[in-house]
Design a protein around this ligand. Structure first.
Ligand code: SF4
Length: 248
């Protein structure tokens, strides 16, 4: 049994291309961590919300032997080195919600930094205390804004505001998943809660992915964009490219 503060529960490690948001298309090494504090109705990685005994590992050629969970930060950094290529943009920490394991990440991230790997955090934007602790080792932050209608009616406006204040010290953009059922008023209401603090940032509206493709008609996307536009420097509508491509 391994017992120290640097143990991480990892779902998988793999190289791919970023499929969402402002950095869509850049090559990255993905480290997908297990566990999440939310239960979004559109979640496309429900398998990563549970902790499992093995972390799956693959490289550009295919699957490699997995590693046993929990993984010590030093061991994870060494596996990451074997998958990393100099041409990659960054290591994407994704999930699940990576910040649930902030304590162990504070052991991992300096090791990645020492090995020349910039860190890109994908987060649901609610664990503001955790992101503050990790700021010294973060380079890019992709922060979700969660609409109550996809979160069982729970309003995360207060957490998002505090998270935004902490995270804006870094290269930051915001992302909000929407679909044809999303009402423009819900977007305005939530964005108003950010109190103008995102006025210099970009928001990406991301159509929820369904079996049949992105669930958002262009006419409705236009209405949602108009609702968000007063609160951000720029609003883009962008489906998940990796889903359209059929890759992870
Ligand atoms: S925050 Fe992300 S991983 Fe967690 S339930 Fe929502 S979509 Fe899924």
């Amino acid at each position: 049994m391994k017992d120290d503060d640097s143990l991480l529960y990892v779902h998988e490690l793999f190289p791919s291309f970023q499929g969402e948001g402002a950095y869509c298309g850049v090559p990255q090494l993905f480290i997908r961590l297990s566990g999440c504090n939310l239960a979004c109705s559109y979640c496309d990685t429900p398998q990563a919300r549970e902790r499992t005994g093995t972390a799956w590992v693959s490289d550009w050629e295919g699957e490699r032997p997995g590693i046993e969970n929990p993984v010590r930060a030093s061991e994870l950094a060494e596996v990451a080195v074997t998958l990393w290529k100099a041409e990659m943009h960054s290591v994407s920490l994704t999930g699940g919600e990576p910040l649930l394991q902030a304590e162990a990440l504070s052991a991992l991230l300096p090791l990645l930094r020492e090995r020349g790997m910039p860190v890109y955090l994908e987060t649901n934007g609610t664990l503001y205390g955790a992101v503050e602790k990790l700021l010294p080792w973060l380079d890019f932050i992709a922060m979700d804004i969660k609409l109550p209608s996809f979160s069982g009616g729970v309003d995360h406006g207060d957490e998002h505001l505090l998270f935004l204040r902490a995270a804006r010290a870094k290269e930051l953009f915001l992302k909000m998943v929407v679909d044809d059922t999303t009402m423009p008023e819900e977007i305005s209401r939530l964005c108003r809660r950010l109190g103008g603090e995102a006025a210099d940032l970009t928001l990406v509206l991301q159509p929820a992915w369904r079996d049949v493709g992105a669930g958002l008609k262009p006419r409705h996307a236009w209405d949602l964009m108009l609702a968000a536009a007063p609160f951000f420097a720029a609003v883009r509508v962008m489906p998940q490219a990796h889903k359209a491509w059929g890759i992870r």
